[in-house]
Structure formats: structure tokens, C-alpha cells
Design a protein around this ligand. Structure first.
Ligand SMILES: NC(=O)c1ccc[n+]([C@@H]2O[C@H](COP(=O)([O-])OP(=O)(O)OC[C@H]3O[C@@H](n4cnc5c(N)ncnc54)[C@H](O)[C@@H]3O)[C@@H](O)[C@H]2O)c1
Length: 254
């Protein structure tokens, strides 16, 4: 068996993706960091320069199936067998469910739903051959909750969540585990770009039918990344087909 331990992280230039890469780096010999934002990706990769892990970056749109297949195949050839995938890339476009935001709808579906399928499928095909591997996709608690102004996002994340869990069911006999991590409000550019600010998110907003966060704070990206890291690790070897909420209790789900 190869001694290489390779992980792929998508959305690695972003708040949660770069935190996931930091969590995974110590236990891997190589990381493929993938994002569509080349400049931010290089900045994220530079942080790993001295940590003894080989880092490859790929500027790639996860909605582009051929580009994703190419990058994953290249990583398998040049870095080694990919054992862990953290699929984190995603977009949020706000807009009323009755609105005309067709482009936002199409983008949300192409990136959040289609991108999840493209990336997970590309990696899973290699894992199945080896009968070994773990996949975690970062979705959102919006996949489970109705939110005003977020229909496209919530619908696309619900599709992504269900795809990953169906994939996990098909791949369980092949020893490949697939899980979902569903964050709530997390302190990243995506969250900071939303109107209202963290105060109203934590307190809740009755006019928007939105409850607050029982733990009283917005998540740090590391809070989400540690959960992703655990689910990918051998410590979670008997866990598959789960969807773990990391939202400070905001979904009121048990
Ligand atoms: N921040 C939150 O409050 C929050 C809450 C729930 C879920 N999430 C999810 O967490 C994930 C990470 O988001 P974040 O908060 O770190 O946001 P972010 O905007 O900081 O990071 C997202 C990253 O994904 C990349 N990306 C976007 N579209 C891409 C594409 N088509 N191809 C490749 N890369 C692409 C961006 O360039 C960026 O680096 C997303 O899937 C998001 O939906 C975030």
C-alpha cells in the first residue's frame, strides 16, 4: 500500500476551506487545494510553506465537470491516492423566492448542487477502486430550514446534502464513507457580506421568522473545520451517512 496520504480540499481559499486545510495538513503528506479564486488560493497555500506537507493548488470552477475530473486525475497521478475529500466550495446569492434572480438560481444550482456532484463523483471513482476513502461535504443548516431571501441557496444545499448521502449509501459496501457537515452562521466573507450583521443573527429576527443562536455566538471557521477533520479521520471509521449540524443549536434539531 502507498505511504502517501493525500487529501483534496475545495473552496480552500475561503474562510472554512482554509481552516479545513489547516486541520488536515498535519496528518497528510500532500494536499490538493482547489478554488476558483487563484490569488486568494496562493495566499492560503503560502501558509503551509514550512509545514512539511506537499501543497498543490488548482484554480478550478467546481461547476466545470471536465476541469474537476482533470484536476482530480492529475492529483492521483502526481501526488498519490486521494484518501480524503473535504468539499467546501459554495456560493450564497440572496433574493426573494418570487424574484427574477434566474442567474442567481442557476449559479447556486451549478455550484452548490452540481459542484458537489462533480467533485464527490470524481474523487469517489478512485476511492471505490481501492475500497478505501472518506468524503465530507460542507452543506448548510439552510438545507433543513426555510429561510426568507435564501430560496436558491437553501434549495441548492438541500440537493447537495441529499446527493452526498445517497452517494454514501451506494459506496458503503465499497468501504467509502460519505458525510455532511451543515454549518450555521460562521464568521467568513460569505457571512460578513450578508445584510444585518452578526448581532441580528445571534439574537434572531422575528420579522424574518428567524430564531437566534442558543450558544450566543457566530461560529469560528475552526469550529466547522474540526468537525470535518474528525469525520474524515479513522476515529470516525464507523460513521457514514450522517449530517452533523455545527450551528450553536440554531436549528433546534435533536
Ligand atoms: N459562512 C457561513 O455562515 C456558512 C454557513 C453555512 C454554510 N456555509 C458553507 O460553507 C462553505 C464555505 O463557505 P465560507 O463561509 O468559507 O465562504 P467563503 O466565501 O469564505 O469561501 C467560499 C470559497 O469557495 C470558493 N468558490 C466559490 N465558488 C466556487 C466555484 N464555482 N469553484 C471553486 N471554488 C469556488 C470561493 O472562491 C471561496 O474561496 C460554503 O459551501 C458555504 O455555503 C457557510
Amino acid at each position: 500500500m502507498s505511504t502517501e496520504r493525500v487529501a483534496v480540499v475545495t473552496g480552500a481559499a475561503g474562510g472554512i476551506g482554509s481552516a479545513v486545510a489547516e486541520v488536515l495538513a498535519p496528518r497528510h503528506t500532500a494536499l490538493l487545494l482547489l478554488d476558483r479564486d487563484g490569488e486568494a488560493l496562493e495566499a492560503a497555500a503560502a501558509r503551509f510553506g514550512t509545514r512539511g506537507v506537499r501543497v498543490r493548488t488548482a484554480v478550478c470552477d467546481v461547476a466545470d465537470r471536465d476541469a474537476v475530473d482533470r484536476e482530480v486525475d492529475r492529483a492521483e497521478r502526481e501526488l498519490g491516492p486521494v484518501e480524503e475529500l473535504a468539499h467546501v466550495a459554495g456560493v450564497l446569492r440572496a433574493g426573494a423566492a418570487t424574484g427574477d434572480g434566474d442567474r442567481d438560481w442557476d449559479l447556486s444550482m451549478a455550484v452548490n448542487a452540481g459542484g458537489t456532484r462533480n467533485v464527490c463523483r470524481a474523487v469517489a471513482r478512485h476511492m471505490v477502486r481501492r475500497r478505501r476513502g472518506a468524503i465530507v461535504a460542507v452543506s448548510s443548516n439552510a438545507a433543513k430550514l426555510s429561510r426568507t431571501g435564501m430560496a436558491a441557496y437553501a434549495a441548492s444545499k438541500a440537493a447537495a446534502t441529499r446527493y452526498v448521502l445517497c452517494l454514501g449509501l451506494e459506496l458503503a459496501p465499497d468501504g467509502v464513507r460519505c458525510n455532511v457537515v451543515s454549518p450555521g452562521s460562521t464568521d467568513t466573507a460569505m457571512q460578513r457580506d450578508l445584510p444585518g450583521g452578526p448581532g441580528s443573527v445571534v439574537r434572531g429576527d422575528l420579522d424574518a421568522f428567524r430564531l437566534g443562536i442558543p450558544l450566543g455566538r457566530v461560529a469560528d471557521p475552526r469550529d466547522v473545520a474540526e468537525t470535518v477533520g474528525f469525520l474524515l479521520s479513522d476515529a470516525a471509521r464507523h460513521i457514514t451517512l450522517t449530517d452533523v449540524l455545527v450551528d450553536g443549536g440554531a436549528s433546534l434539531r435533536d
